[in-house]
Design a protein around this ligand. Structure first.
Ligand SMILES: Cc1cc2nc3c(=O)[nH]c(=O)nc-3n(C[C@H](O)[C@H](O)[C@H](O)COP(=O)(O)O)c2cc1C
Length: 168
């Protein structure tokens, strides 16, 4: 079974347990790379044509506006030849209770018929939010497994729980 890890992640300024700090690599990217090392899956990062601001508060507002208007923001590229993958592990940060809108842009263009999808969401308190329900709408025909929620500020310590979930 061939697997793709399809993920969105943003570095720069973010909120960690009460304070703002700049990070070089986004939380979800840390998890995606750990998972790829464990499974040997291919990795594909969803890159916005217009990235959200490096400033946390500005980013929050931009993402809120996109979520409320339901836009499908442009992405730099789509993953190639999705037909080779049976398993797609979709990883994203919780943005306003669901996936970043760029994930909707990408997922809605993929034919998921016959594929298995497993979601991983990093968050800062609200877990998966309604992302699993939204994923079901974006991926008709897919079997969607129960998701894994990981607190963003603890991705450095998620190895055991991630390994167990990936093997389940
Ligand atoms: C625009 C934005 C919206 C967010 N909304 C939520 C939210 O609704 N619930 C939550 O628990 N965390 C929220 N967070 C926190 C992120 O989900 C969390 O920090 C995540 O690990 C970031 O992943 P990344 O570093 O891979 O981008 C939000 C963060 C941002 C930047």
């Amino acid at each position: 079974m061939k697997e793709l890890i399809l993920y969105f992640s943003r570095a720069d300024e973010n909120y960690f347990g009460g304070s703002l700090k700049y990070i070089e690599k986004g939380n979800t990217e840390v998890v995606a790379e750990k998972a790829a090392a464990l499974t040997g899956a291919d990795l594909f990062k969803v890159e916005p044509v217009k990235p959200y601001s490096a400033d946390y508060n500005t980013c929050i507002e931009q993402a809120k506006k996109d979520m409320q208007s339901g836009v499908r923001p442009e992405v730099v590229a789509m993953p190639e030849d999705m037909s080779q993958y049976d398993l797609v592990t979709v990883m994203y940060p919780n943005y306003w209770g669901t996936m970043p809108m760029h994930m909707f842009t990408v997922l809605e263009q993929i034919d998921f018929e016959g594929k298995t999808v497993r979601p991983v969401c990093t968050h800062e308190g609200s877990g998966m939010g309604k992302s699993e329900a939204d994923l079901k709408k974006c991926c008709p025909g897919a079997v969607i497994k129960k998701g894994l929620a990981i607190q963003g500020s603890s991705v450095g310590r998620c190895d055991d729980v991630l390994k167990k979930w990936l093997e389940a």
